[in-house]
Design a protein around this ligand. Structure first.
Ligand code: FEO
Length: 170
């Protein structure tokens, strides 16, 4: 059984992960609208990953005989000024998610909820990857600036990303 506090915090994180999914799906639509299909593909896969993150926590809450609930999820932005603007926003967003996961770990420790703390380790590691992959794309986009050739090459590379379901937690 989870404490009420832990249950609420995990349910909040489910909503945050679904918001992340919607943010990246919105970015995917924006990239499609500016004729960058590779980046649209990359963002759509990111959407799928975020849904899996949300479901992983949702399932864990139920596994602990607690109540999983779906909270209100606000609409994500729909417009960005450039590819760099969108990926910088994605990188900033991932840094915020990392801080949220850190707070969940702190709460699990404070509550001496070892199972939840252990469960969250998967997310701690996942965030290292999430931040690194977004940052690497931001850096490439900074290098090419507004060069059409450069953007074309990056878009082509982003188009090669394929969806691989993350490894199971714990
Ligand atoms: Fe679910 Fe991108 O963190």
């Amino acid at each position: 059984m989870l404490s009420g506090k832990m249950q609420d915090a995990l349910n909040d994180q489910v909503a945050a992960e679904i918001y992340s999914a919607h943010l990246y799906l919105s970015m995917s639509a924006w990239f499609d609208s500016v004729d960058m299909p590779g980046a649209a593909n990359w963002m759509r896969i990111q959407y799928q990953e975020e849904i899996i993150h949300g479901l992983k926590i949702f399932d864990y809450v139920m596994e602990r005989d607690a109540r999983a609930v779906i909270k209100a999820i606000e609409s994500p932005p729909a417009e960005w000024s450039s590819a760099l603007d969108a990926f910088s926003a994605a990188y900033n967003h991932e840094q915020k998610v990392t801080a949220m996961i850190g707070k969940l770990v702190d709460l699990a420790r404070a509550e001496k909820d070892h199972a939840t703390e252990f469960f969250l380790h998967w997310f701690v590691n996942e965030q290292v990857e999430e931040e690194a992959s977004a940052k690497a794309i931001v850096q490439k986009l900074k290098l090419v600036e507004e060069s059409k050739n450069g953007l074309f090459m990056i878009d082509r590379e982003l188009g090669t990303r394929v969806f691989t379901p993350p490894v199971q937690a714990g």
